[in-house]
Write a protein that binds this ligand. Structure first.
Ligand SMILES: *Cc1c(COP(=O)(O)O)cnc(C)c1O
Length: 429
């Protein structure tokens, strides 16, 4: 495979960019080798600067759920650009997207748009503190909630991939109000509540994507809801990744829970920088200008990004691809498991709607510790074999693969062949 131009750009990029990337998950650190540079993408496919074409299961880490360059989204965005790109004043587009989003979440009366998932989470945490008058937040190891100081402990894929326990540069005071619990372990949450009476909220990915895909057990998620209610703490569902990915709305509904505050991002921006946090009126009324919790953004609710979000969600609603996602993921699971068996590779597969990933381990994966039993060397081999066979995967064992609506029988067939060939490589290690 020829990656000459990518290599060239990587060298050049390293001069004025940090590691030639603007987000560390894009570096190929854990799989060995240098990142590919992308030229363009269309539908289910992405093409690098050397002309190699791949089926894209990264999809910008989730947002491109309709595949690349969806005609309706492209048209809506082009139309919006011609009306001006930013005003510093409200537009009808913000009202429209807010209505679509609030209608899709039972527990959401109002929403505030921001520019990223990180901003959504940091605002949601401030809101939980403002509403309860308490300071501490419980998070789960392996869940990622963006790169704000207080959330950069035991934070899943990005850090795990680079083998970092946390981040340098985070003052001890910034994390002293962060309590870490274990996913799918209600007792570990109870222990914190027994010890502390100033817990403002519990934040989690209602189905995780950032330690790989892990679903909550029924007892865990229902127990969390009951416990937070009893202790007057808020339940914050970080659906930046899961929002609109496995149903039109949130994963919280599928796992049978209703959050007090929901964080969104990724899909709702249709490939543009959008995040959001939303809740019932009584909670959102804490936010300025209605209340005393300050949170602002020069480019928040940007009209181009809103147009992309509206058209993406409208198209998703019309296509209603969620059943199809399940069928495709089920098929991929089958192929992953059967080829692993054929070549004697230990493998577990977790999936939820349009998110799926294999763990190279023989242990069921129900939390971060389980996920970390995976053989990352095997994943690295698998990753490069998939690249050779024309499939672009996230370069991390601990990251979900994403499906788009543009995957047809043809792509599915190619994926199956690539998986089988790549598993053979892993099996012959
Ligand atoms: C991606 C992600 C974030 C951070 O969003 P950014 O837009 O990258 O800041 C937060 N939470 C979850 C669950 C995510 O998957």
């Amino acid at each position: 495979m020829n990656t000459k131009n990518s290599e060239k750009l990587y060298k050049k990029g390293c001069e004025n960019l940090v590691g030639a990337v603007n987000s560390p998950v894009r570096a190929f650190a854990s799989v060995g080798g240098n990142p590919l540079f992308i030229d363009k993408a269309k539908g289910a496919y992405i093409k690098d600067v050397d002309g190699n074409k791949y089926i894209d299961l990264v999809l910008s880490y989730g947002p491109m759920i309709l595949g690349h360059r969806n005609k309706k989204v492209e048209k809506a965005v082009t139309k919006a650009i011609k009306k001006g790109t930013s005003f510093g004043a409200s537009t009808n587009a913000e009202i429209k997207l807010a209505k679509i989003v609030c209608d899709a979440f039972p527990g959401m009366d109002k929403v505030r748009f921001v520019n990223s998932g990180t901003e959504a989470v940091l605002s949601a945490i401030r809101l939980a503190r403002a509403h309860t008058g308490k300071d501490k937040i419980i998070k789960f190891s392996g869940c990622y909630h963006g790169h704000m100081d207080a959330m950069l402990v035991a934070a899943g894929s990005g850090l795990a991939t680079l083998s970092l326990p946390g981040s340098k540069g985070v003052p001890a005071q910034s994390v002293e109000n962060t309590l870490i619990a274990e996913y799918n372990n209600l007792e570990s949450v109870k222990a914190h509540f027994d010890k502390h009476d100033d817990i403002a909220g519990v934040i989690l990915e209602p189905v995780t994507g950032n330690m790989g895909v892990v679903q909550p057990t029924d007892d865990f998620i229902k127990g969390l809801r009951a416990l937070t209610k009893e202790k007057n703490a808020l339940l914050i569902c970080d659906e930046v990744m899961t929002g609109f990915r496995s149903k039109f709305g949130g994963a919280q509904e599928l796992v049978g829970v209703e959050a007090d505050i929901t964080c969104l991002g990724k899909v709702i921006g249709g490939g543009f920088p959008v995040g959001a946090y939303g809740a019932r009126n009584e909670i959102m009324e804490n936010v300025a200008p209605l209340g005393g919790m300050y949170q602002a953004g020069t480019l928040s609710g940007n009209p181009i990004a809103m147009a992309a979000g509206i058209s993406t969600l409208t198209e998703l609603k019309n296509q209603n691809p969620y059943e199809k996602f399940n069928t495709v993921a089920e098929k991929l699971e089958e192929v992953l498991l059967s080829s692993a068996k054929k070549y004697g590779v230990d493998l577990k597969v977790n999936r939820f709607g349009s998110m799926i990933n294999p763990f190279f381990t023989n242990k069921e994966v129900t939390n971060f510790a389980d996920a970390q039993t995976s053989d990352t060397d095997k994943f690295a081999k698998f990753f490069w074999a998939m690249i050779e066979n024309g499939v672009f995967l996230p370069p991390s064992q601990f990251e979900a693969w994403f499906l788009s609506t543009t995957i047809t029988i043809k792509e599915l067939k190619k994926l199956e062949e690539a998986i089988d060939k790549s598993m053979l490589v892993v099996g012959s290690l």
